[in-house]
Design a protein around this ligand. Structure first.
Ligand code: ATP
Ligand code: MG
Length: 281
């Protein structure tokens, strides 16, 4: 059984003020996510990524179709609490999820709401802060931290609830390259060391290539999915749907267009350097 199973989900936002029917934000999506997988979800603006993310922890419920988390139907109200405990959602802007004036109080907020005993909360908060490398900042004020640090505190707040899966909706969109690296290496570490399932929504292709699997959405549907190699070798398909490929892949694609023989598209700088060495020799 897969950890998350999205089965033919349709969803429209209903806006009572609008007379005309709204188009489906999610238009028949099926998606399976295994325990321990690191999945990147890509797609241009408005294709339905955030809407899908909110279905993964019962923040939104399908109009039709089903979402199962660890076997539980998200539309079963009795399971909502369990599902939200298992799947934590991190939003784009950390300022919207930091609630307290001291870092460790902020991280404690989630477990407090879960009704965890105070001595256990202490332990969870310390462990969560250590996992994101922010333990030394536990007494600091969140508003004084950098964007990357704030986002890592937001991740610690979710981790303190000990979820099995973290869904992150463009957590690096507001960050500089340093902040992005911090958040990405934190996620990779949580995934590899603690076997936490990660679903990362991103516009950055160099982040997507780090995932086990890449899922590309377009217009409320899944356009293609597979390993980063499989997905980014479909340069033409991605371009047709107004999506980028990693810069190294783009370079190789253009060289190929000029008649250079290339068997395997590079996804990162070091593979690209190797390829260029071969080509130049
Ligand atoms: N609260 C809402 N009310 C009405 N329509 C909405 C609402 N939120 C999103 N939509 C619409 O639903 C569609 C999918 O939106 P969604 O936010 O899921 O896309 P996205 O892929 O996350 O986009 P982005 O990359 O800009 O974050 C879009 O057409 C959007 O305008
Ligand atoms: Mg979005």
């Amino acid at each position: 059984m897969n950890f998350i199973s999205v089965q033919n989900v349709f969803f429209s936002y209903s806006n009572p003020e609008d007379a005309q029917p709204v188009k489906n934000a999610v238009n028949g999506v099926s998606l399976e996510i295994k325990k321990g997988e690191f999945v990147a979800l890509l797609g241009h603006n408005g294709c339905g990524k955030s809407t899908i993310a909110k279905h993964l922890n019962a923040m939104l419920l399908p109009d039709s179709g089903k979402v199962y988390v660890d076997g539980d139907d998200t539309s079963d109200a009795e399971k909502t609490y369990d599902i939200r405990k298992k799947v934590g959602l991190v939003l784009q802007n950390p300022d919207n999820q930091l609630v307290a004036s001291i870092v460790e109080e902020d991280v404690a907020f989630g477990p407090e709401n879960l009704g965890i005993a105070p001595d256990k909360i202490r332990e969870r908060v310390d462990n969560a802060l250590k996992a994101v490398d922010m333990y030394d900042y536990r007494k600091h004020a969140p508003y004084k931290l950098s964007g990357g640090q704030k986002q890592r505190i937001a991740i610690a707040g979710i981790l303190a609830m000990q979820p099995e899966c973290i869904v992150l909706d463009e957590p690096t969109a507001m960050l500089d390259p340093n902040g992005r690296d911090e958040v990405l290496s934190t996620l990779l570490k949580l995934n590899k060391d603690k076997n936490i399932t990660v679903v990362l929504i991103t516009h950055y292709m160099d982040e997507a290539v780090l995932a086990d699997r890449v899922v590309v959405m377009d217009d409320g549907k899944i356009l293609t999915h597979g390993t980063p190699d499989e997905v980014f070798s479909q340069v033409e398909l991605l371009k047709k749907h107004r999506l980028d490929v990693p810069q190294s892949t783009e370079l190789a694609y253009r060289l190929k267009g000029c008649g250079v023989k290339i068997d395997k598209m590079p996804l990162n700088t070091s593979d690209c350097v190797k390829l260029l060495e071969e080509v130049l020799n």
